[in-house]
Design a protein around this ligand. Structure first.
Ligand SMILES: Cc1cc2nc3c(=O)[nH]c(=O)nc-3n(C[C@H](O)[C@H](O)[C@H](O)COP(=O)(O)O)c2cc1C
Length: 192
């Protein structure tokens, strides 16, 4: 089994999304001792914003190869300015490649990157789900749309919300998300 683990929080050791994503990966590691884990810290080792040169040479693209090879992708992301970290956006810009991860057909685009499970640990300062503020949560909606576009129908976004509301709310939300991350990881089947 190939596991791709990405972190994109700029908040280092105090990052909630790094903690939650790590809990999922720990569970996967414990359950699948033979798994190969590729870890990328997109903040410590950033991917440059997309350029025309990079787009023109998709075969040289390490990110596409790692993404396509992964059976399970675990992503840690914080909500920054109602969207995702720009470091993660740079990674997404490298994996969306016509002919590799999607293709155009007469009826419209078709995703080519199905058959994998994607778990996203998404940490947010405010509360969005099931509230009117969901309309400005462009982190969760963007990630859902992008992975659906690429053909990933097995996506779970584990949200920890209200992290800036109070310490009590933060601690409870992170603990709950860690529990959910472990459960989601434990339900991953053994990929051949
Ligand atoms: C630069 C920055 C921008 C942020 N923007 C938002 C925002 O737009 N909405 C929100 O609810 N929380 C916002 N927050 C709070 C983060 O979502 C919160 O700190 C969360 O824990 C981030 O995940 P992380 O801890 O893994 O970095 C922001 C935090 C930072 C550092």
């Amino acid at each position: 089994m190939n596991i791709l683990h990405l972190d994109s929080s700029i908040q280092g050791a105090s990052s909630a999304s790094r903690t939650i994503a790590a809990a999922a990966v720990e569970q996967l590691r414990a359950d699948h001792l033979d798994a190969t884990i590729t870890y990328r810290d997109l903040v410590a080792d950033p991917i440059a914003p997309l350029t025309l040169e990079a787009l023109a040479d998709p075969d040289a693209n390490r990110e596409v190869a790692e993404f396509l090879a992964a059976d399970v992708v675990v992503i840690g992301a914080g909500m920054y300015n109602f969207a995702i970290p720009s470091q993660l956006k740079s990674w997404i810009d490298r994996i969306i490649v016509a002919g590799r991860t999607f293709r155009y057909e007469p009826t419209g685009p078709v995703g080519l990157a199905g058959g994998k499970r994607v778990l996203v640990a998404l940490a947010k300062g405010g509360v969005y789900r099931d509230t009117p503020a969901a309309a400005i949560d462009h982190a969760e909606s963007y990630l859902r749309d992008i992975f659906r576009f690429l053909g990933v129908d097995d996506l779970e976004i584990i949200a920890a919300e209200g992290l800036k509301v109070s310490d009590t709310v933060r601690d409870a939300a992170i603990a709950q998300a860690i529990g959910r991350a472990r459960e989601a990881a434990a339900s991953v089947p053994a990929f051949a």
